[in-house]
Design a protein around this ligand. Structure first.
Ligand code: HGY
Ligand code: MN
Ligand code: MN
Ligand code: MN
Length: 398
């Protein structure tokens, strides 16, 4: 089956008619169906499948062992996300394994395809939750207690999916098995469009983090409360959204976004009692905390002015990542000198890069748009990516 064929099989799972695109979140019904699909397809390829203590699924070609060549990505999406972010890496991995099997390749090292849990943080708020738990870069108690918008904890959701939350935590023994990790991913910007190439090797991922700004004031009646008598948290929240763009514009190459803002109780004729907004801030190098500090200052001043309180909580942060130099160079050689590409998008490979030699391959996205239904990859580029991955796996496992 081609990578496009595998993608086609899941094209209707988790469509979101209201937002457009797909909404597939950790352990919810659509993602559960995708997990089942993956397990079924992996078993069909004769792979041995297991779910690890953190809810990541591992499909082994050959007995699990040291120096394994591991590839894979994620199946969860952002709300209203595209069809390729995550699933392209999983479908390409299945297609690459099948292609190597069909040519009679005899791997001298184990090969595994992994599906990581909650990469987008779309349900529980922390991105790369499965790979952070695997590597011990998040406290398991914090992970277990993360709540979704309905108050369901990650532990409860995982338990329903058959994962024992009490066992969540760093998995050194499993990490020890990984000789190389290579993730294929749809590109989420314009790099490959501008380079005019179908595939690239990942070079770096810039630092990025998420902060929650909780403004609290006095909920009240929209008609009976004079303006002078208000402590309306929507005002400092709005001032913060514009401050994010104004302050980030002054920091070279910074990206800062407020994509989610939730007033409570959220009535049209109600002055909100609280407003929560989430900041996604990313600055290459060490600049992210400084930018967030400036934004927090502006937010505090706006809160004071409106007689509101503000609490700022860091929910996640990961520093700059440079992928394994030797692996990058080897990939470049094996793949006929494909270009290298830095990105601002985060990936599980960037979390693993702190523990094992890790790398990435990107496939051209002719729209240059991602985290949106418009995200796309042409079939020819999808196959070029799967072929590149098969070549890399063969070279790494021979
Ligand atoms: O947010 C990111 O950069 C990634 O798509 N999870
Ligand atoms: Mn994404
Ligand atoms: Mn992704
Ligand atoms: Mn070098």
């Amino acid at each position: 089956m081609t990578a496009s064929g595998f993608l086609e099989e899941i094209a209707d799972v988790g469509r979101d008619p209201q937002r457009g695109g797909y909404s597939r979140h950790a352990f919810d019904a659509p993602e559960y169906d995708l997990r089942e699909w993956f397990v079924d397809r992996a078993l069909g390829l004769g792979l041995d499948v297991e779910t690890d203590r953190n809810g990541n699924i591992w499909a082994w070609w050959g007995p699990p062992g040291r120096n394994a060549v591991v590839t894979g990505s994620h199946l969860d999406s952002v709300p209203g996300g595209g069809a390729f972010d995550g699933p392209l890496g999983v479908a390409s991995a299945l297609a690459a394994v099948e292609a190597l099997q069909e040519k009679g390749f005899r791997a001298r090292r184990p090969i595994a395809v992994v599906v990581f849990a909650e990469e987008e943080g779309g349900r529980f708020g922390v991105p790369c939750l499965g790979s952070r738990l695997l590597t011990g870069t998040i406290d398991p108690d914090k992970a277990r207690g993360l709540r979704d918008a309905d108050g369901v904890t990650f532990a409860e959701a995982a338990k329903k999916a058959g994962v024992d939350p009490a066992r969540m935590g760093p998995d050194e023994e499993r990490l020890d098995k990984i000789g190389r990790f290579l993730e294929l991913h749809v590109e989420q910007g314009r790099g490959l469009i501008d380079l005019g190439a179908p595939v690239a090797v990942g070079s770096t991922v810039i630092a990025h983090g998420r902060w929650r700004f909780s403004f609290s004031g006095q909920g009240n009646h929209a008609g009976a409360t004079l303006l002078g008598d208000r402590a309306d948290p929507m005002l400092p929240a709005a001032a913060t959204v514009t401050a994010v763009r104004r302050l980030a514009a002054g920091v070279p190459d910074a990206r800062a976004t407020v994509g989610r803002l939730v007033p409570t109780p959220g009535g049209t004729n109600v002055i909100a009692s609280t407003v929560d907004l989430w900041l996604d801030a990313r600055v290459p190098g060490e600049g992210t905390p400084g930018l967030v500090a400036e934004i927090s200052q502006a937010a505090s001043a706006a809160a004071r002015e409106e007689g509101c309180q503000l609490q700022v909580t860091r929910e996640s942060y990961s520093g700059d990542v440079v992928f394994d130099d030797a692996l990058r160079h080897a990939l470049g050689g094996w793949l006929g000198g494909v270009p290298e590409l830095p990105t601002g998008a985060g990936h599980d490979a960037a979390i693993l890069a702190g523990f094992v030699p890790a790398g990435m391959l990107y496939v051209r996205n002719p729209t240059g748009i991602s985290h949106s239904p418009e995200e796309f990859a042409e079939a020819a580029d999808v196959e070029a990516g799967a072929q590149a991955l098969a070549t890399a796996l063969e070279q790494l496992a021979r």
